[in-house]
Design a protein. Sequence first.
Length: 366
Amino acid sequence: METKDSTSQAKKIQQYLMSGVSYMIPVVVTGGVLYAVAAMLSMNTIATESAVKASNIVVDVLSQIGGVGLGLMVPVLSAFIAFAIADRPGIAPGLICGQLAVNVGSGFIGGIIAGLLCGYLAAALKKVKLPKAMQSLLSIMIVPICTSLIVGTIIICVIGAPCAWLLTTLTVWLSSMNGTSAVIVGAICGAMIAFDLGGPINKVAYSTGVAVVGTEVLAGHNAQFFGPIAIAICLPPIAAGIASYVFKKKFTEAERDAGIGSIVMGMCGITEGAISYTTADPAHMMPINIISSAITGAIAGALGVYCNAAWGGLVVLPVTSAGTYLVSLAIGIAIYLGLVAAFKKDITEESAKPAATDDVEITIEF
């Protein structure tokens, strides 16, 4: 049975996550839409992600700017989760440790962990009493440096090694499944793509699919292995964006405002469009993403959906089995909306509010 304290703490954490998401959404939308335009403009020649950048100068500029925006997503999320907990002393360690989370391959899940750890540690260190001459340095130097050092070490030493081992193991395992039942492979790949939305698990499935596409297309075959992956790439952002309009009481105003951007990103094969929705309510949205994508992947496998470009969304429609591709995606969206209706709770005024922070002026005395 939940106690009042545990319920209160869970609500506080949700507020911290919502605060991080509210600052992250403009970064995701800006970077995602620019990268999506680059993907659309280069789709006539695209074979892999790197081909987006190589198409022409306009595409190259758009993809670089959009790529930087998407790359900043996790550090910004982490920084403002920490900011919500510890105010300004949490920002620097949140940014640094959020980027470290990306570097060790833990994706947005690692970013959430980094933000919470930095926030709580910085908040605790802020309470340390120092001599008056040093007190002014506490928030601008001592707390950020100590927090970055401690949490950064945890991320590198505790999170990094297991992540590397897991990714290697998953890559070998998934590669060995090519030729296995299309339904099973589709379900597994769909779940992996949706698990961390562009993070390391997602990249294992995507990278394996890219290798298979290259082999199959060069041999003159349709790449059925990549069909479920291509659909799973776009399902969460498109379906989450639609859900934010269909079920308005279950999403905040900021999430509804980001709906069109999320749908556009999904159509252009950018899974990260769903991260803001998932971060705000991971307990419900992560299972919804995974279950809907796994079922849709299995359906796509059963229908023999193929995709001969190593990308996802609707921009690859000309090189897919268009009819079964669209049918699978439509079924997936319906499943996703059904799961949101059944399991996601309505937003309350309290949980929709970003966590309050103390805006304290910092003075330096010499």
